[in-house]
Design a protein around this ligand. Structure first.
Ligand SMILES: [Zn+2]
Length: 223
């Protein structure tokens, strides 16, 4: 693509707020009632907070929703050791979703809280690209995840947390994503901050992240 690609917002809970923003919106198991446009796609998943014991049933619903073209990824899903049902229930739901993702060949967007070490044990069963959203760990954790194949997505926390901002600069560019998640920050603000951390132009960062996206999500315009 010769023209500048959009600002990719890989994980958000709202629709795009500008034409040059491309959003993958987290939709849980419900289709949003706003209509989708060329820069607006979805991810479907069972959030670990809502991983109930009927997750087998939910995984059928998930598979139907996730098979649609508008769905680019499975998630957010994962393991949360602070909130939600017991780890056993969460891991059961997570494994079902790994299965769906592998079958549909769609990447996974992971919500991990105090579970970076858990995921290292599951990584081998994930056969698609997987991305840790809202990464807020330390350098050692980041490197361990990257060694196992993870992509790391940074959000609005980099605007406040200088350590995290500095860590972002050390991450391999071909594993990097940016997101707004539930924050009210504009994705453009997060790109500006990340570009200055890496001492590169915002345009080059847009291009690099978009290249990651095309590779990991097998996405190209006009698909
Ligand atoms: Zn989220």
């Amino acid at each position: 693509m010769n023209a500048l690609p959009p600002f990719l917002n890989i994980h958000s809970h709202r629709k795009p707020s500008a034409k040059d923003e491309f959003v993958v919106r987290n939709a849980y198991l419900h289709y949003p009632n706003s209509s989708l446009s060329a820069n607006y796609f979805l991810s479907f998943g069972i959030h670990p907070w809502f991983a109930e014991s009927n997750s087998v049933n939910n995984s059928f619903i998930l598979e139907t929703l996730a098979a649609q073209q508008s769905c680019l990824a499975i998630g957010e899903c994962g393991i949360d050791r602070i909130n939600g049902p017991n780890p056993h229930t969460q891991i059961e739901a997570f494994n079902l979703q790994i299965d769906v993702a592998n079958r549909l060949k769609k990447p996974m967007i992971l919500h991990l809280v105090k579970s970076y070490s858990d995921i290292l044990q599951h990584a081998h069963s994930i056969k698609v690209a997987w991305l840790v959203h809202g990464f807020r760990g330390n350098e050692q954790q980041a490197n361990a995840l990257i060694d196992k194949g993870a992509r790391l997505s940074f959000g609005a926390a980099i605007l406040q947390d200088e350590k995290l901002w500095a860590l972002l600069a050390k991450m391999p560019l071909d594993r990097l994503y940016l997101e707004t998640d539930v924050s009210n920050e504009r994705i453009q603000t997060i790109y500006h901050s990340a570009a200055s951390a890496r001492n590169m132009s915002v345009d080059s960062l847009r291009k690099a992240i978009w290249t990651n996206f095309e590779r990991d999500f097998n996405f190209s315009y006009g698909q």
